[in-house]
Design a binder for this molecule. Structure first.
Ligand code: BZD
Length: 826
């Protein structure tokens, strides 16, 4: 916020004594209870608000510094944020962590016992949402003036449970016990229109300015979460919008005649807009409510951005100098048309001037390559829901296609391909095209991804406007994914490097490299990994009942379930290991624990069945007295950020086995490598950049690259020929088909077998042999602990590049052109 306020006065102290005093006072005055009678939740909420108060003080100083500097701001628009738990992060960032244990012990509680009440806000699906959180963390850490905008879903990503091995979804009522980390800001509410009609403006002969009278109005109420920077005073915010009925929605007439339920119809309809996160990752069914959500986010946020701009500025000429908006995928792309509408219809600017401002303001990040994941919306739906915006899309498209025709005279084919409107039985708006046309910069999220975007998916646009295309390889925050997730390794790193400076300068990890050959350091490194694995083993045993050996190779595949990510390939390997042990029980094998984690979209039946199969395979493997000596399969339910923080530090092997050319980047791959896991992976997404940095000797590469995969597809891929040519593959597939994992019932998993032998869309069978052979070299490497540990150390040492601080710096330099604003100490 940049509101002018008197300089804030500090109300919290920064000594242990003051912290303890505030805790007791907050328990008494905020929770209305005493130490003697406080419950667990009382303790948690008290600690949370006591820590939060320290951030509020910094936030107030940040707002004052921003107001004074009137800088250029980054506004990050994202339909998703996966922030993870807040308590431990904020203890770390306020440097109060060190006081909590002694105080808690004094009071007879453990901090860990309180942390169970710290609910993770699951406001996202996967990588895209978590990336938004990492970038916000890095922006604050780098003192970049920034605000994130999102939706305050009442129900976040569903909770996954297993019943008879099947995924069962339960609602995620994350605010049930209250959320101590957010501040409501009802004064900044906004009104958003839907439906209705448009009429011409008699003063505009060109008919580019029109007036929209919405048929329904909904209120957007903001609250914000604080986003502190590490090692700095900056605290930015993420502003989350919740839909509320506008005041007139209560139907008194109906209420008066006894229609109590009908009287609140409009209220329910309005509030449904932010009711639930769409649990889809990449497969998007077109649904009206989802489009309503998207426009709701965009309309509220743009009004808020303009409100903030006007606190220190006037006129529109300077708008794009003070405001840069980053669109996180196409979900918020209606912002392009909304800003045009605001400028042209409501503020009276000419079309060309408005378009110049709009195009200078927006930038777009693309997170996919799957054509089916590129959002499109039916024209008919848009005409009904957002009639004025549809007119604006037509006008933008009209001027854009004029430009295309000028560039390619007579080539109507290119016009058809590039048009924002996709023609056909049902005409649809291509959101990615609108995004590219309306933006200054477009970026992919890893080098290969950007290359493929410019070469295939958005090829025509890259030809026309090469200067718009950029690559910004993703990154992850080392604070959450190394320091918080892996305190033991962090301590060892700090000891080796002399100080904690690496936390904000991750390339300093290179300093570990020379110690990779030091036996004492290796032993210490191994001890840390073993300690983390023992911790994970205990947690897994508690949650799944399965015992795992902390000395076994910990082989981890954690990500959303999707065919292109190829959990089915990992499973074929597991079954092959099982079959080998059964065929020759006397031989010796490298003991392995294979850990799966991830959710499938509730409507994604193929992947839900695969989840069931993973659980069934786990059941057979873990109860076979011979096989389970060497192999265990575990699948803790409900993988989320909190669980990632437990699992990643314990991993020895990171599975990054997507079909080359399909995974845009991946960020789990970076988190795992940073924590010393070795990657087994294809040349896909950021795997390539990881391998380039850690060195080919320290990375297990297998499978086809993108050109090979494309060539095989073109030549007519036949999964059956791979099945027939490879004995072990055939046996693995047949083991599934035989009913081994369904108590002899051959039907249950028949669709999995049919999918593999029928289409095998992502060519798992073609990569099977190369994968299994590569896994054999992994097992071989594991038998030499010194070699393995050396490789592990080098992975951590050489992954400093994958800090999201570097990512944000690149966005700042290439795209945002923003400068930091330092916030003074109190
Ligand atoms: O974005 C992911 C990509 O699959 C990863 O390769 C990449 O690393 C991350 C971050 O750039 N994409 C998603 O996570 N996508 C979604 O979650 C999503 C959500 C709703 C609708 C469509 C996609």
């Amino acid at each position: 916020m940049t509101e002018a306020r008197p300089r804030p006065r500090r109300t919290v102290g920064d000594s242990l004594e003051e912290f303890e005093r505030d805790l007791i006072s907050n328990l008494y005055y905020q929770r209305g209870t005493t130490i003697e009678s406080a419950s667990g939740p009382d303790g948690y909420h008290t600690l949370a608000v006591t820590v939060r108060d320290r951030l509020v003080d910094r936030y107030a100083r940040t707002a004052a510094a921003h107001y004074a500097a009137n800088p250029r701001f980054v506004y990050y628009l994202s339909a998703e944020y996966l922030l993870g738990r807040q308590l431990r992060q904020n203890l770390l960032y306020t440097d109060t962590e060190r006081w909590v244990r002694p105080i808690a012990e004094d009071l007879g509680v453990s901090p860990e016992a309180l942390e169970v009440y710290d609910v993770e806000p699951g406001l996202g699906n996967g990588g895209l949402g978590r990336l938004a959180a990492c970038l916000m963390d890095s922006m604050a850490t780098l003192d970049i003036p920034a605000v994130g905008y999102g939706i305050r879903y009442e129900f976040g990503i569903f909770k996954q449970t297993f019943r008879d091995g099947k995924q069962v979804e339960r609602p995620d009522d994350w605010t049930f016990y209250g959320n101590p980390w957010e501040f409501p800001a009802p004064d900044d509410r906004q009104l958003v229109g839907f439906y209705g009609t448009t009429v011409a403006d008699p003063k505009d002969p060109e008919n580019l300015r029109r007036k929209w009278t919405p048929g329904e109005t909904v209120r957007g109420e903001p609250s914000h979460m604080l986003v502190p920077g590490y090692g700095t005073q900056t605290v930015n915010i993420i502003r989350l919008w919740q839909a509320r009925a506008s005041r007139e929605s209560f139907d008194l007439a109906r209420f008066g005649v006894g229609q109590y339920v009908e009287a609140v119809d409009d209220i329910v309809r309005a509030e449904n807009i932010s009711k639930v996160l769409y649990p889809d990752d990449s497969t998007e069914p077109g649904r009206e409510l989802r489009l309503k959500q998207q426009y709701f986010l965009v309309a509220c946020s743009l009004r808020d951005i303009i409100r903030r701009y006007r606190l220190r500025n006037s006129g529109w000429e300077g708008f794009a100098d003070k405001v840069v908006i980053q669109l996180n995928d196409t979900h918020p792309v209606m912002a392009v048309t909304e800003l045009m509408r605001l400028l042209v219809d409501e503020h009276g600017l000419g079309w060309d001037e408005a378009w110049g401002i709009t195009r200078r303001t927006f930038n777009y990040t693309c997170h996919t390559l799957l054509p089916e994941a590129l959002e499109t919306w039916p024209v008919q739906l848009l005409e009904r829901l957002l009639p004025r915006h549809m007119e604006i899309v037509y006008a933008i498209n009209h001027f854009f296609l004029e430009e295309v025709r000028q560039a390619y005279p007579g080539d109507e084919d290119v016009v058809r391909r590039m048009s924002i409107i996709q023609e056909g039985d049902e005409r649809r708006v291509r959101m990615a095209h609108l995004a590219v046309v309306g933006s200054t910069a477009v970026n992919g999220v890893a080098e290969l991804h950007t290359k493929l975007l410019a070469g295939t998916t958005l090829h025509d646009f890259a030809q026309l406007w090469p200067e718009r295309f950029h690559n910004v390889t993703n990154g992850v925050t080392p604070r959450r994914f190394l320091r918080m997730a892996n305190p033991a390794l962090s301590e060892l790193i700090t000891e080796m490097l002399g100080d904690e400076g690496w936390l904000t300068d991750l390339e300093r990890l290179h300093g570990l490299g020379p110690h990779a050959d030091d036996p004492a350091f290796r032993a210490a490194w191994r001890d840390v990994k073993r300690h983390n694995k023992a911790g994970l083993a205990a947690a897994v045993e508690r949650s799944t009942g399965v015992l795992i050996d902390p000395d076994a190779l910990c082989d981890v595949m954690i990500k959303r379930f999707h065919e292109y990510k190829r959990q089915q390939l990992k499973l074929l390997h597991v079954i092959t290991m099982m079959n080998r042990i059964r065929a020759d029980p006397q031989a010796t094998y490298v003991p392995r624990t294979v850990l799966f984690g991830g959710k499938a979209a509730p409507g994604y039946h193929a992947m839900k069945l695969l989840i069931e199969l993973v659980n069934a395979v786990a059941g057979v493997v873990n109860t076979d007295p011979v096989v389970s000596r060497y192999l265990r399969v575990v699948f803790p339910a409900d993988y989320n950020v909190t669980k990632a923080q437990f699992i990643i530090p314990a991993a020895d092997l990171s599975e990054q086995i997507s079909l080359a050319g399909k995974e845009a980047s991946g960020t789990g791959n970076m988190k795992l490598a940073l924590n010393g896991a070795l990657t087994i992976g294809t040349l896909d997404g950021a795997n390539i950049e990881i391998r380039d940095r850690v060195g080919a000797d320290n990375f297990f590469l297998f499978g086809m690259d993108t050109p090979a995969a494309t060539a095989l597809r073109r030549s007519g891929y036949s999964p059956r020929s791979f099945y027939e040519a490879d004995f072990e593959l055939r046996l693995a597939v047949d083991t599934i088909a035989s009913g081994t994992f369904a108590k002899g019932d051959r039907d249950v998993f028949a669709p999995v077998v049919d999918a593999m032998l029928g289409r095998d869309e992502y060519m798992a069978l073609a990569d099977y042999r190369s994968y299994v052979d590569c896994q054999d070299t992994v097992a071989e490497a594991w038998t030499d602990p010194d070699r393995w540990t050396r490789m592990s150390i080098l992975n951590t040492a050489r992954c400093g590049f994958f800090s999201s601080d570097r990512t944000v710096r690149e966005y700042c330099e290439q795209i945002w052109k923003v400068d930091p604003v330092r916030v003074g100490e109190a």
